[in-house]
Design a protein around this ligand. Structure first.
Ligand SMILES: [Zn+2]
Length: 209
């Protein structure tokens, strides 16, 4: 059992050290969020440990993207128009949360492309999001693609464009009892660098030509 735990931690650590090609680790580390609670169990402790590893490389991603914030996001889900997205930003969600993003509904297996240029910062599974991909775009904005059924052939640190296939629509995580959809979240670094401040993606979404 001990060796199993060890290999799990080791695997996470190597994943967390992936940097964009040509980027160097920057001697600056994003701090833990102020609202981070004491881990309640081993799963939570491992997740916090993994997040700390990712925070360590985040400044290298910030340095690899342009400083200008994103002005538009191309519709990530194939065949969907922006006008078809019902605005659910801020809607009530389980556990007293509010909806920090937009849901874009499409059949399971519909291709999901990156809506912006940037770098894949993290690929991984979590309780609420299921299979997720996080892209760091210009301005250091982070784009969160959640509930994927499966991933495309992508890796952390990879440069992406709006032509890059990230994965396929699904209902993994807490979307398991809902129709398949992409949850798209945007997190900015305001007011402080390293923050994860959610903003509404809808005003930035534009149809693909
Ligand atoms: Zn959602």
């Amino acid at each position: 059992m001990k060796s199993l735990v060890f290999s799990f931690v080791f695997f996470s650590l190597s994943l967390a050290q992936v940097l964009p090609d040509g980027a160097n680790l920057i001697p600056f580390e994003c701090p833990a969020p102020e609202n981070q609670r004491e881990p309640q169990n081993e799963t939570e402790r491992l997740e916090q440990e993994r997040r700390a590893k990712y925070r360590k490389v985040l400044p290298a991603y910030f340095a690899a993207v342009s400083a200008e914030p994103v002005t538009e996001i191309l519709m990530p889900v194939e065949g969907v128009k922006v006008k078809d997205v019902a605005d659910t930003w801020g809607g009530a969600r389980s556990e007293g949360r509010s909806h920090e993003g937009q849901d874009i509904f499409a059949p399971t297996g519909t291709p999901i492309y990156s809506g912006t240029n940037g770098f894949i910062y993290r690929i991984g599974e979590n309780r609420l999001g299921g299979n997720t991909v996080v892209v760091v775009g210009s301005g250091g904005w982070r784009f969160y693609y959640a509930h994927l059924s499966t991933y495309a052939d992508v890796r952390e640190g990879q440069a992406v464009t709006p032509e890059t296939l990230l994965g396929y629509v699904g209902n993994t995580g807490n979307a398991i009892s809902t129709p398949p959809h992409l949850h798209l979240g945007i997190y900015t670094s305001e007011p402080k660098r390293c923050d994860w401040e959610a903003i509404n993606p809808l005003p930035f979404l534009v149809d693909r030509p």
